[in-house]
Design a binder for this molecule. Structure first.
Ligand SMILES: NC(=O)c1ccc[n+]([C@@H]2O[C@H](COP(=O)([O-])OP(=O)(O)OC[C@H]3O[C@@H](n4cnc5c(N)ncnc54)[C@H](OP(=O)(O)O)[C@@H]3O)[C@@H](O)[C@H]2O)c1
Length: 268
């Protein structure tokens, strides 16, 4: 899909991967609405993106609530007059032992990372279908392909979103609406600020701009998936399919250090 002039809604577009993708899209002449809960962050991002005269608006709303989703979609339709691409990108994570994570934090991850993209997509489908050539971009995570320890709920909801995305792609196949699933690996964004795990336990971060460039390529080429993390991550994905116990042994060898590094990871 050529993104020039396309009307695009990016949830969580005020920060990180969403903001980097917004930057790359306005450089190609797309029209955008970006969202987030904190209005100050949304306003600052809109101002930044408008430099050079781009058509960008912001909506401050919580996509984990019915009202917030309604505000988000109506705000986008009002500003753009229609919708060509919905990018479900807003997300939240809380790592740690399952029995040390509060129930409200578990429910919040389910709502933001899984229920919100499903219901927002459902609400946006008529507008996307009306254009005859729409696209849905679901930002899940590499954890959907290899579930790391101490991220049980986050892994579950991101795997759920990946399956939702795959099924919907096949449901809409031949009907003009394409579905692209994005699996970022560790990315240098505010979401990772509280994650202290390092290279010793296999963590590395790439710039959000690199993920954004891959997402743009995925949209333009209409591929079905963007998987980040390079050859090492791909080898891990392959091993997890072929010999999951070998990967269990690898995680066991670094388990204490891994837990120590990720237990502070809190981006809700
Ligand atoms: N960074 C990584 O290493 C990584 C790896 C794999 C997958 N991902 C996924 O990539 C996506 C983007 O993450 P990021 O790293 O770019 O994070 P980020 O920099 O923290 O940005 C998250 C964005 O989502 C918004 N948001 C969060 N909860 C929201 C809610 N309930 N309603 C509306 N907006 C909400 C945030 O704004 P407010 O806080 O103001 O609401 C912000 O704009 C997420 O789905 C994440 O799970 C990230």
């Amino acid at each position: 899909m050529d993104v020039e002039g396309k009307r695009i809604l990016i949830t969580g577009g005020s920060s990180g991967i969403g903001l980097a993708t917004a930057r790359a899209l306005v450089a190609r002449g797309a029209r955008l609405v970006i969202t987030g809960r904190r209005s100050g962050e949304v306003d600052a991002a809109v101002e930044d993106l408008r430099t050079g005269g781009a058509d960008v608006s912001g909506v401050s709303a919580d996509v984990s609530t019915d009202d917030g989703r309604s505000t988000t979609l109506h705000g986008a339709m009002r500003a753009l007059g229609g919708l060509d691409i919905l990018m479900n990108n807003a997300g939240a994570v809380r790592a740690g032992r399952l029995d040390e994570i509060r129930e409200d934090e578990i429910r919040a991850m389910v709502e933001v990372d899984l229920v919100a993209p499903i219901l927002l997509t459902r609400a946006a489908l008529p507008a996307l279908k009306a254009e005859g050539g729409g696209m849905i971009v679901n930002v899940t995570s590499g954890i959907a392909l290899v579930a790391m320890p101490f991220y049980a709920t986050y892994a579950a909801v991101k795997a759920g979103l990946a399956s939702f995305s795959e099924s919907l792609r096949r449901e809409l196949n031949g009907e003009g609406v394409h579905v692209l699933t994005v699996y970022p690996s560790g990315t240098d964004t505010p979401m990772m600020a509280t994650n202290k795990a390092g290279a010793d336990v296999g963590f590395s971060l790439e710039p959000a701009a690199a993920v954004a460039a891959a997402i743009i390529e995925g949209i333009e080429q209409e591929t079905i998936a963007v998987v980040r993390g390079g050859p090492d991550r791909q080898a891990m994905i392959d091993l997890n399919r072929r010999d999951p116990l070998a990967l269990d042994a690898r995680f066991l060898a670094t388990k204490s250090a891994f837990e120590e590094g990720v237990k502070s990871h809190d981006a809700m």
